[in-house]
Design a protein around this ligand. Structure first.
Ligand code: ARG
Length: 457
């Protein structure tokens, strides 16, 4: 079924028609196409193209089409070129010649841009909701682990002691920015292109602001060429989705590492693990690996969109039809990943003893030893050197810093006293880092508080 037979003498080759048709992808925008068409009909009514009665008939029929699709009574026929064609021809089937008026002053070019923006706006809202769910989970895990000490790492080498609460709150911050970015992107998504026509607007006096209000957009586009050919909003959103995946992927990588026998910081719940068909002992963190893997898909969609739009002359070009598959795949992927990740992290068991033990190895308190001497008046560059020498000595003795005798310690600086042992315990190392953004209990509690306020807004 097509809407443009008039100027053609011969039929389109079937392979060519199938090749250019997009209904298998854009069918999911049926609701937006119908809602957009109702708003357009009402606008046509305002400028006298449709009578009140005609408008009522069209609106009723379009609502019935929507209901029938959702009830599964009306199948979206794959022989149509796209969802716009399907809705228009179904309307004509149902209301006769009146249906042929709906496309007055409209092109599929402004129609598809409108549908796509409405659809994306809705999906962005549900992704924000999923992110908020993940954030709530992270907040409660962080609250449970304010005093769970573990080592922090740089270069994958043990660095300084932290708390698990603090570590989890780092991810809270990342996902908070992701939420803010999507909220910001939504401002540019919710701009209405209808009235741009094919590229040059229309001769009908459409009240675009009226259509805009009907559809719940924030504003209208102010250049008809840009209105039909802008896909920045989609690219922007998919880059935001790429950042979400990047954050999830970093988190997953840590979980995978922490689940190894060598680390044993976490045990995944059975509900989020899988086994091996040959190795009976295996319990694999497949969910985390798959999320890490799917990150590539979303980056791929981002590049697809950027490359598709690169060098396209104004205004609409058929290349742009490729936008939806990339965006839909990115949306589906991110939603599935967020759902599974939230369930997975919420059920993971953290092995606190193991984390604590590991935080005591690896001289994670060496900076604190240096800081101790700073407090006794020695410049940091010198205390760094002294602490480094003590670490080297301790490594040779196969001892922790806290296992060295006071005599041994005094051999490096006679400013070191008995109180050193309390000062370099991992509890003190964490507890003293109580400035804003630090890992100490009070500091993390404050960031949890800020986090709760953010989620309440
Ligand atoms: N299926 C098309 C798309 O998704 C709709 C717009 C087509 N416009 C046109 N003049 N061929 O981009």
């Amino acid at each position: 079924m097509k809407l443009w037979g008039g100027r053609f003498e011969n039929q389109t080759e079937k392979a060519a028609f199938d090749f250019q048709s997009s209904i298998h992808v854009d069918r999911r925008m049926y609701r937006e196409d119908i809602v957009g068409s109702i708003a357009h009909a009402k606008t046509l009514n305002r400028c006298g193209v449709l009578t009140d009665e005609e408008t009522a008939v069209v609106e009723k029929a379009l609502n019935e089409i929507l209901r029938d699709i959702e009830a599964g009574v009306l199948q979206i026929g794959m022989d149509h070129e796209d969802i716009h064609t399907f809705v228009e021809s179904t309307l004509t089937e149902r209301v006769g010649d009146l249906g042929k008026k709906i496309h007055t002053g409209r092109s599929r070019n402004d129609q598809v841009a409108t549908d796509f923006r409405l659809y994306l706006g809705r999906e962005v809202d549900s992704i924000i909701e999923l992110l908020e769910g993940l954030e709530a989970t992270l907040l409660s895990l962080a609250e449970d682990n304010l005093d769970t000490i573990l080592s922090g790492y740089t270069h994958m080498q043990k660095a300084q002691p932290l708390t698990l609460g603090h570590h989890l709150m780092a991810y809270f911050e990342m996902f908070r920015r992701d939420i803010e970015r999507l909220q910001d992107a939504k401002k540019r998504i919710m701009i209405m292109p209808l009235g741009s026509g094919a590229l040059a607007g229309t001769t009908f006096d459409l009240d675009r602001e009226y259509t805009c209000d009907l559809l719940g957009f924030n504003d209208i586009t102010y250049n008809s060429l840009d209105g039909v050919s802008d896909r920045d909003f989609a690219i922007e959103t998919v880059s935001d989705l790429s950042l979400i995946m990047m954050h999830l992927s970093r988190f997953c990588e840590e979980i995978i590492l922490w689940a190894t026998g060598e680390f044993a910081y976490v045990e995944m719940d059975d509900g989020y693990s899988t086994g091996s068909s040959i190795m009976p002992q295996k319990k694999n963190p497949d969910m985390a690996e798959l999320i890490r893997g799917k990150t590539g898909r979303v980056y791929g969609s981002n590049i697809t969109l950027l490359t598709m739009m690169k060098s396209l002359p104004l205004a609409y070009n058929k290349d742009m039809q490729e936008d939806k598959e990339a965006v839909f795949d990115a949306i589906d992927t991110v939603k599935a990943c967020l759902e599974v990740f939230t369930g997975m992290i919420g059920t993971t068991r953290f092995n606190r003893d193991r984390m604590y033990e590991a935080s005591e190895d690896g001289y994670t308190n060496a900076t604190d030893l240096a800081d101790y001497l700073v407090r006794k008046g020695v410049p940091f560059r010198e205390t760094h050197e002294i602490s480094g020498q003590i670490v080297q000595f301790a490594i040779r003795q196969e001892k922790k810093l806290s296992e060295l005798t006071l005599e041994e310690l005094k051999g490096f600086s006679d400013l070191i006293d008995e109180d050193i042992y309390g000062e370099i315990s991992v509890e003190t190392c964490v507890g003293k880092r109580n400035l804003i953004g630090g890992p100490a209990r009070e500091a993390v509690l404050k960031s949890i508080q800020r986090g709760k306020e953010f989620l309440r807004k």
